[in-house]
Design a protein around this ligand. Sequence first.
Ligand code: MTE
Length: 320
Amino acid sequence: MLTPKSRKLNYSDVTPRRLYLGRRNFLLGLFAATASAGCGGKSQDLPSEPGGSPVASKLSGVIKGPYGTSEAQTPYNYVTHYNNFYEFGTDKSDPANSAKNFVTSPWSVSVEGEVKNPRKFTMDEILMLAPLEERIYRHRCVEAWSIVVPWIGYSFSVLAKLVEPTSNARYVAFQSYYDLKQMPEGPSAGIELPYVEGLRIDEAMHPLTLLTVGMYGDTLPNQDGAPVRMVVPWKYGFKSIKSLVKIRFVQEQPPTTWNLANASEYGFYSNVNPSVDHPRWSQATERRLGELHRKPTLAFNGYADQVASLYTGMDLRKYY
Ligand code: MTE
């Protein structure tokens, strides 16, 4: 069932058809559950799941952050049971089950490269660096579904400024945790692991770029990237790397996982752009999990006022 290494990959290719159909039925089930639940509260929206609730604990002292959307938040259970986290399986429902016992403590993130003060941050330090803000962001997957999530964290620039990037730092490279013992499904994922991502330095330092430690008032559940991940809300979801262990400030544009897997379909920039279709499907509209009707996709995922100026003069068809 594995996709040969030489072939160009995409998300659905690396998902066996049986699982893909299972995922479709699961999603349809989610839609049906919501429809029949009407305007009911969170608990009515929850489809019954074998694994029960994800393990997460309350985060205290969270303040309201800037930039939040006032759109309805996606119910918690969609955000925790419809995930992409290939280290824990390629089906959307896999991470909720396979990541249940993922050990995320102790944890540290090493920050290195073109910086004056390279250092390792423990998770406790990361939690204490700045006041934790709740930011309700739209999160748009390249597969044309989306969610609205009250993430918790603070601007990545807070951490970056502490290590003092040098003038050679033009990009930031991010790396996820990878351990075969804890992630035995990794080798069948069809992508190179550890998962890696990257941003240009001005994108990384933009205040919207969130170093994320929680959601919905709690710490991150394992399947959503515990204990710390990035969220870059104007880009397709695959830029938002999970379970971060290494951050490297670098001079050259770093390799990124989906671009390595299939460069013609997944670019380095990957800004949400309704007028540039994915080679095999339209990006003009999206389906918000839990809602029945598609809605138009917004340029830069609705954050154009804040970020469009980062790309002045760039041909966004070429730099997709
Ligand atoms: N990070 C790691 N380490 N591994 C992954 O497979 N998938 C990416 C991104 N970050 C991924 C990852 C993709 S394709 C998407 S769409 C988002 O995580 C999904 O985030 P979510 O499951 O919290 O919605």
